[in-house]
Design a protein around this ligand. Structure first.
Ligand code: BV8
Length: 220
């Protein structure tokens, strides 16, 4: 069976990585316009690097949880699995998922805003860093900010539209175009989340509860 899976911050919540919109979430601590937009980065690159440096350190000290591991087991099964994530952490890969489509980029990658070169980000990035390819001091985290176009959208849209089953796991379905992917699904749709998301009505089936309990049970 062809399965397309979309994960959000809820799949990494039990690994200790903050979600965005839950109580105490990242967007309740920071103004996303200041730390997750190109305009915010242009205004204060040091603040934005500090924000991502803190998340990169948190991510490096976190471990994949049972939900990440169950999805890696599913990828090794006879099903044809496409794993798409909104998350910028590397926990799916560290759990063993062989291919992860990071539609919002990756915390552990750096990007040169001048020449588009990409490389593994150092633990701590700063506005003074020079691009290893062109030497410009235009390095930024390789993440997709609000107002920027997510990566791999054609591949993602095809995978969702041709899947027998589309499963969204741990996302509030507040951010587009990720939240709109369920409209492309032609097969069955399932939402796995702590609580109904903003697009819950668009799904055929729902399983509510913590991802580390619900996802392994669903994969089994
Ligand atoms: C674009 C990377 C054009 C950086 C992120 C008005 C209406 C509609 C859209 C817009 C609008 N105004 C502007 C827009 C567009 C905008 C948007 O959607 N804004 C929203 C806020 C309204 N989108 C964009 O700008 C996108 N680009 O539109 O370009 C375009 C597009 C296509 C083609 C051509 C042109 C770019 C958006 C990407 C922004 N970057 N992240 C970073 O991480 O710092 S988004 C950010 O939100 C994260 O990536 C995060 O993953 C994502 C979504 O959040 P969730 O993952 O869902 O996390 P959240 O905390 O919200 O929810 C967690 C869920 O888990 C909850 O439901 C909770 O109940 C559950 N949960 C918690 N614990 C558990 C759990 N579930 C299970 N188990 C648990 N233990």
């Amino acid at each position: 069976m062809k399965i397309a899976i979309l994960t959000g911050a809820g799949v990494s919540a039990e690994s200790g990585l903050g979600t965005f919109r839950d109580v105490g979430g990242l967007w309740t601590q920071y103004d996303l316009n200041e730390v997750a937009t190109p305009e915010g980065f242009a205004r204060n690159p040091a603040l934005v690097h500090d924000f991502y440096n803190a998340r990169r350190a948190n991510c490096a000290s976190a471990a994949p949880n049972a939900a990440h591991q169950a999805l890696a087991v599913l990828a090794a099964s006879t099903h044809e699995v496409t794993l798409i994530t909104q998350n910028v952490d590397d926990l799916h890969a560290r759990a063993g998922s062989p291919k992860v489509i990071h539609m919002h980029g990756q915390l552990m990658r750096a990007l040169c805003a001048d020449c588009d070169a990409r490389w593994n980000a150092p633990e701590v990035m700063s506005p003074q860093d020079d691009c290893p390819a062109c030497g410009a001091s235009a390095t930024r985290p390789d993440v997709v900010w609000f107002g920027e176009i997510p990566y791999h959208m054609d591949e993602i849209a095809h995978a969702v539209a041709t899947a027998d089953l589309f499963v969204a796991i741990g996302t509030s379905a507040e951010v587009y175009p990720a939240a709109g992917l369920v409209e492309l699904a032609q097969g069955q749709t399932l939402e796995i989340n702590l609580e109904p998301s903003a697009r819950a009505n668009a799904f055929d089936d729902h399983r509510f509860g913590p991802a580390t309990q619900v996802v392994p049970a669903w994969v089994a």
